[in-house]
Design a binder for this molecule. Structure first.
Ligand SMILES: *Cc1c(COP(=O)(O)O)cnc(C)c1O
Length: 351
């Protein structure tokens, strides 16, 4: 025997590539093309030695209070973490201890399967229907928990709130996590269901709608009991997940509601134009509600388009796997970036 026999073997999540070219159009990891709220840059300039020298507040109270006020919940209902990936990892560790399978859609955020494997949680993937829709009735079965993104990734399709409620109400004895990484770009948050259901956890992030993917801030909102359970796990793992800079800059972002609304409106307007242009270029796609479009071309294979775009330093995302391999996930950039994408596609497809 050797130590290698005792290693925890996992197949890791593969993040989208992060190329670093002077001139590139980066539409591959759903970042926001606009800068964070102006107060964030101002606060960054004010970072002192103390900010680095001292431990942060383990409760991240300043940020938690700002989020509680913004979403009209009690601070005891808010959990913050290092991006929603950290929050979701903590939630998996906290809530999915059943022998019954965790359920999530077959076409979805591929990290769910990785956490399930890492924590040895039994799971089953529930197929989306032929139009990539989540069918609430498919989740009405024995389970040890449910998680799905809304809008879903990589499809960008929204599940209306009444359908989300059917899933939450259908499994009162399991925790249901709605991963709302993209909800700000279209759709109604499940937060309004919280007073009715104590098994619901809503997870959101600063990475997309608040333009702060590099800062790593995510949060969960749920019943006080659920958040307490997550805190206990977090304090058994790492007391200081949120650093001082994240707490300060995150606070500034939440406080600027006007800038937040303005940025979202710009991304949505560009998405509407992009949908029209892509349709003219011969692409088909589910109706987008996130800051990306999941598009399939009528004649040219996605793998070929992906390579051709890449050679021009235009990065989009392509996934292998049945049902999705002929699609490209294209993040909504600025209008100028999208114009460059369309100009290239127009010539390449001779449209
Ligand atoms: C981007 C994303 C996340 C994680 O985002 P963080 O940057 O870790 O906050 C979680 N879920 C989905 C569906 C995502 O697309």
């Amino acid at each position: 025997m050797s130590w290698e026999d005792y290693v925890r073997r996992v197949e890791p999540y593969v993040p989208g590539e992060q190329p670093n070219k002077a001139r590139m159009i980066k539409l591959n990891t759903n970042e926001n093309p606009y800068p964070p709220a102006p107060g964030v840059a101002a606060a960054l300039k004010g970072i002192q030695d103390e900010t680095l020298r001292l431990y942060p507040d383990p409760t991240a109270k300043k940020l938690v209070d700002a989020l509680a006020e913004r979403y009209q919940v009690s601070p005891s209902q808010v959990f913050v973490g290092v991006g929603s990936d950290d929050v979701l990892a903590m939630a998996f560790l906290t809530f999915f201890q059943s022998e019954k399978p965790l359920l999530f859609p077959d076409i979805s955020y591929s990290f769910y399967k990785v956490w399930a494997e890492l924590y040895r949680i039994p799971y089953e993937c529930v197929p989306l229907d032929e139009n990539f829709r989540i069918r609430p009735e498919d989740y009405r079965r024995e389970n040890g928990g449910i998680i799905f993104p809304n809008p879903n990734a990589p499809t960008s399709l929204l599940l209306p709130l009444d359908e989300v409620e059917k899933i939450v109400a259908g499994s009162p004895d399991s925790v249901v996590i709605v991963d709302e990484a993209y909800i700000d770009f279209g759709g109604e948050s499940a937060l309004s269901l919280l007073p009715k259901y104590d098994n619901l956890l809503v997870v959101q992030t600063f990475s997309k709608s608040r333009s702060m993917a590099g800062m790593r801030i995510g949060y969960a909102i749920g019943s006080e009991k659920m958040i307490k359970a997550m805190m206990d796990v977090k304090y058994s793992f790492n007391s200081y997940t949120m650093n001082r800079t994240s707490i300060e800059l995150g606070y500034e972002a939440v406080k600027d509601e006007a800038y937040f609304q303005e940025t979202i409106a710009k991304v949505k307007a560009t998405r509407e134009r992009a949908a029209k242009r892509l349709a003219e270029l011969g692409f088909h796609f589910p109706e987008p509600s996130a800051n990306f479009i999941f598009a399939e071309h009528e004649s040219v294979p996605a793998a070929e388009l992906f390579q051709a775009l890449r050679e021009k330093d235009i990065y989009v995302r392509h996934f292998n796997g049945a049902r999705v391999e002929n699609f490209l996930r294209i993040t909504i950039g600025t209008d100028e970036e999208m114009e460059e994408l369309f100009a290239f596609l127009k010539e390449y497809l001779r449209k």
